[in-house]
Design a protein around this ligand. Sequence first.
Ligand SMILES: NC(=O)c1ccc[n+]([C@@H]2O[C@H](COP(=O)([O-])OP(=O)(O)OC[C@H]3O[C@@H](n4cnc5c(N)ncnc54)[C@H](OP(=O)(O)O)[C@@H]3O)[C@@H](O)[C@H]2O)c1
Length: 295
Amino acid sequence: MSALDLRGRTVALTGASGGIGAALTAEFVASGARVLAIGRDAARLRRLVDAHPLGAVVALAADVSEADGRADIVARARDEKVSVLVLAHAQAAFGLFESQSDEALERMVRTNLTAPMQLIRALLPALRAQAPAAVVAVGSTFGALAFPGFAGYSASKYGLRGLIEGLHREYADAPIRFQYLAPRATRTDFNSAAVVAMNRELKTAEDAPETVAAALRAAIERGTTRAQLGWPEALFVRLNGLLPGLIDRDLKKRLPIVRRHAAASSGASSSTSSSSTASSVSSSSVEVPHDPVRS
Ligand SMILES: NC(=O)c1ccc[n+]([C@@H]2O[C@H](COP(=O)([O-])OP(=O)(O)OC[C@H]3O[C@@H](n4cnc5c(N)ncnc54)[C@H](OP(=O)(O)O)[C@@H]3O)[C@@H](O)[C@H]2O)c1
């Protein structure tokens, strides 16, 4: 893939006010891009706009999971001549699967998978009008290595990965690229107290959002089609594809820890964070423990 120069481009960024999104906004601005920052909370977006030079970041309060919100994004993206869409929003969902309600699961899948599908489709004409263009989905380690306590969330990220891979292949001869880039556990509010405690007990490595954002920006500029951030998470993801039984056995050993934290989380709130706990397969043998498999 050829390199993508971000200078002078306008990037539409969902989840811009989040931990990774805010750090990505700073990366894009430093690279000379303008950012159309999207989130639901206008006050958080305003703080993001104020943290950057005048005009570098413009805000749009919109809910990507609602048709009206997506229509607002499409109209604004046309006006702003957006050529790069970065999807960095998501809803977390950590907990025992049986304790999660149909409504919570439906909302999570709508936010993490259906809405990206609908938004990408609606934005394609505007993006192609500004070609060369790019659509980047921020995935998760759990999009290639499903984790106990995150079954529903893993399903949504597996789906997102499949969507981007399918589009990458469907538009292989078009001047628009599709990239799926997966961070591992990252220190943001995405992870509930229960997830943070579990990660600590599992010795799951967590990245700073700034580190993740720098890696994502570099991968976007390089045009990397797929990436799993972090080591050994990248190895575990590959192992999970080739020898999933190894990962099954390692995670079975960790299941009591996951269950305990998931049960606590389910008791505290029905659907909470997700992200990152990952597991890591330790360097000797195949242990998926302590450094998460990034998501
Ligand atoms: N943190 C981790 O450990 C981790 C690990 C792997 C992958 N990831 C992935 O990285 C991405 C960013 O995560 P993060 O850690 O930065 O999360 P975060 O800090 O919780 O931020 C989430 C962002 O998404 C926005 N958002 C949520 N639902 C939305 C909706 N329906 N419409 C519009 N905006 C919405 C939030 O803003 P409003 O609430 O104002 O709408 C916020 O800006 C996600 O895709 C996540 O799955 C995170």
